[in-house]
Write a protein that binds this ligand. Sequence first.
Ligand SMILES: NC(=O)c1ccc[n+]([C@@H]2O[C@H](COP(=O)([O-])OP(=O)(O)OC[C@H]3O[C@@H](n4cnc5c(N)ncnc54)[C@H](O)[C@@H]3O)[C@@H](O)[C@H]2O)c1
Length: 325
Amino acid sequence: MRNILITGGAGFIGSHLSERLLKEGNKVFIIDNFNDYYDPNIKRNNVEEVKKTCLENNISSENYIVFEGDIRDNNFLKEVFTNKIDSIMHLAAMAGVRPSIEDPTLYYDVNITGTVNILERCRENNVKQFVYASSSSVYGNNEKVPFAEVDRVDNPISPYAATKKSGELLCHTYHHLFDMNIACLRFFTVYGPRQRPDLAINKFTRLILEDKEIPFYGDGTTSRDYTYVEDIVEGIVSSINYVNRDESVFEIFNIGGDKTVSLTEMVEIIEDVLGKKAKINRLPMQPGDVNRTCADISYSKKMLGYNPKTTFKEGIKKFIAWKLK
Ligand SMILES: NC(=O)c1ccc[n+]([C@@H]2O[C@H](COP(=O)([O-])OP(=O)(O)OC[C@H]3O[C@@H](n4cnc5c(N)ncnc54)[C@H](O)[C@@H]3O)[C@@H](O)[C@H]2O)c1
């Protein structure tokens, strides 16, 4: 059994990861401040779902410990770190591109200062295995596709992307100075059950079901490399195992899906699975949004054995089945 701390553990990705790690026999500590970026009841419900999974799988409730607090609060973090922790998955962040333009200071505080705080507590407590949630948004509007880890990422186009790139730089610094083993994972648009309500797939599905217009930004050719949440969790678990080694490692991995899907295709697939047409409200492109994301996953395949299995249509079917429950 390993003791694994997940920051942001009550969120969309964190709750799925908690379930997976608990089922594999680990002890999971989560930190979350249950903020109102989206309805905190959704996060509390995610925690309840994890507890239910524990019950159903005969996992002791002592293996799932929830710490409610903020990663900007060092006294709180010092308390959490009195527990023995083997590895960390640092997911807690203000996620979301467009709101970062409205409140860049908050994004800076949580995503950069919060990350330094967690790295500092690792240094103090000799926690050497660290996985960081970065984002495909660090690639900005790079022309070269697919995006590879070795490409330049010096031109972020939103404060959110800039904070994620900064987090990667801090991770490298702590690896260099304090010999921490670190993997930075660039997630490509994640979807599936419990997806954040602000993300397009969830929002569009909700609006179509409510017979309301969906905001359709641009001409429909913008595209995303969508990644099903189980595939993301697989990539995270492989990375947690990867940093658990004696020699010193620092790596950046793309954790993407199997192919790129345009906005038009995405809406058509949701319509098809729901059996209902969307009412489309055409709007201009939003500032901060990139034109496309497209992951080159050959390096993660080689180093982690990462191999996303869920096609977009299958993933949407699973998402909609959850949504209609
Ligand atoms: N979902 C995606 O498509 C996607 C894509 C790329 C990167 N990411 C990154 O993955 C991570 C998880 O994303 P998610 O979609 O699960 O988001 P989420 O918002 O559902 O989860 C993040 C969790 O962190 C918590 N949190 C935020 N600020 C905190 C603070 N100051 N202290 C303690 N907890 C705090 C939130 O309450 C939330 O539960 C984020 O770092 C995000 O930037 C997500």
